[in-house]
Design a binder for this molecule. Structure first.
Ligand code: HEM
Length: 456
């Protein structure tokens, strides 16, 4: 397909200096066909287009419309530097599923104000307070793992990360913890599927998927109301570390507190954004590590010596080679926007392809090789390693997720021996929110002491 051009108006400094729309090239086939190919395997389809058209190309998909896909680190750095008035979230359905006060649904000043309130709990000293919760959950879950057979670890990782968020973020225990544990996973799973399709214009009733989702939501709101009542009645509220307690005590610049609907929408947003993503990355860690026995030996020796430097580099490499969110979206809000040599019109959807950038030979030599050592001597540049996106929408839970993965993997490696495997790599499978290992990260383990005795 030839470069697409047309007239456009410009208004601000950030915007296009040229006056004509100039989109990158893309495949000259009908959009239905492009849609079928993208649905069959989005990752492979993007790789083929990258090879054919270069680091920027256009795609035209049914329902989603025309998209400009970027994977050059320079273009992505430029995109992530833009203010919300030039490019912001692509009005995704995810926001509508999480509620009108969700970070996913907000933009501009309201988005900035909410982020300001939500950022402190996920940084610094607060994070250290959550480590004990993570370690406890990991120890309890690993205790249920069989020692005599291969099993899938994904369900366990989902349980660990769910429990961690319910305790550390929701501050839940007792009855509320149990109810949230039961109702949230199916509710979120349904919500993440509904997020991929437009909201219907008419009401299909309580048995329709949207009707069922509304029922989950009503029950969820009632539980959060009870959690808020309990927290407000807690004489030790000001010494609590959970995010709900911090939200209740936080104040906007004008001195007003967060409202109950705001708190409910943000809690479910944090859960939806942080539960499956972290669990899936942990599952990929198990899938990768057993295929690299020498690295496993080095990791154990490093941890035994009291260092977690190699573990940190390994997590970076897992997220480079298996980014569980492989694309993130923006939409042009200005009347036009210049990026590289391209001029994009207002409303244009932009896809920052995390997967393509991480697999770029020019950025990461020998990109298919799983090699944590590449990060031992050189931490990744922020515009090149982007599993958490970037700019005004960068993942708010990045430091929390890194802490959680470090503690879970450290606990696993210190207490268990992962049997090396020569099985084929597990394929990538989309689970709605995240891309997971297709067989659920199969593994065989033994308690470390027991295996030392066996070997000895
Ligand atoms: C390995 C785990 C995780 C990965 C790979 C991940 C990845 C991402 C990505 C790619 C984005 C979009 C960024 C952009 O558009 O530039 C995002 C946004 C977000 N993430 Fe995460 N995330 C993870 C864990 C978490 C955790 C643990 C939390 C909170 C408990 C969280 C909360 C959020 C929120 C609230 C947003 C929306 C930010 C906004 O729109 O302002 N994430 N995440």
């Amino acid at each position: 397909m030839a470069t697409i051009e047309g007239p456009v108006m410009t208004t601000t400094d950030h915007e296009a200096s040229a006056t004509a729309v100039k989109l990158p090239p893309g495949p000259p086939v009908p959009r239905t066909f492009q849609g079928v190919v993208a649905l069959a395997d989005r990752r492979i389809a993007l790789q083929i287009l990258r090879r054919r058209y270069g680091s920027a190309f256009s795609l035209h998909l049914p329902i989603f419309g025309r998209m400009v896909v970027l994977s050059d680190p320079g273009h992505i750095r430029q995109l992530f530097k833009l203010g919300a008035d030039v490019a912001d979230t692509a009005d995704a359905n995810l926001g509508r599923v999480m509620g009108p006060n969700s970070l996913f649904a907000l933009s501009g000043n309201r988005h900035r104000a909410q982020r300001k309130l939500l950022t402190p709990p996920f940084h610094g000293r607060r994070l250290a307070a959550y480590e004990a919760i993570v370690e406890r959950e990991a120890i309890d879950e690993f205790a249920s793992w069989p020692h005599d057979r291969t099993f899938a670890t994904m369900p366990s990782m989902m349980r660990i990360t769910l429990n961690v968020i319910l305790r550390a973020v929701f501050g839940a225990d007792g009855q509320e913890l149990e109810r949230l544990r039961e109702t949230l996973p199916p509710g979120i799973q349904l919500g993440s599927k509904l997020a991929l399709i437009p909201v219907p214009q008419w009401d299909w009733g309580r048995w329709s998927p949207w009707g069922r989702f509304r029922q989950y939501r009503r029950e969820y709101d009632a539980i959060v109301d009870r959690l808020i009542d309990k927290a407000l009645a807690d004489p030790n509220l000001d010494t609590r570390d959970d995010v709900l307690a911090l939200m209740l005590q936080s104040r906007y610049e004008d001195g007003s507190p967060m409202t109950r609907p705001e708190i409910a929408d943000e809690l479910i947003t944090l859960l939806a954004a942080g539960h499956e993503t972290t669990a899936t990355t942990l599952a990929w860690a198990v899938e990768r590590l057993q295929r690299h026995p020498k690295l496993l030996d080095r990791l154990i020796a490093d941890l035994d010596s009291g260092s977690d430097e190699l573990l940190h580099a390994t997590i970076l490499e897992i997220q480079r080679t298996r980014p569980v969110i492989d694309v993130t979206f923006r939409q042009v809000k200005a009347s036009a926007m210049q990026i590289g040599q391209w001029t994009l019109p207002q409303g244009q959807t932009i896809v920052a392809s995390i997967g393509l950038l991480h697999a770029d030979e020019a950025v990461f030599p020998n990109p298919r090789r799983f090699d944590p050592d590449r990060f031992l001597s050189r931490p990744p540049a922020p515009a090149e390693w982007i599993p958490y996106g970037g700019g005004i929408r960068r993942c708010i839970g990045a430091a929390f997720a890194t802490m959680e993965m470090r503690v879970v993997l450290r606990t696993l490696l210190r207490n268990y021996v992962i049997s090396p495997s020569s099985a084929r790599d597990e394929r990538w499978q989309s689970r709605g929110v995240a891309v997971a290992p297709s067989r659920g990260a199969l593994v065989r383990i033994q308690p470390r002491q027991e295996s030392a005795t066996v070997i000895g």
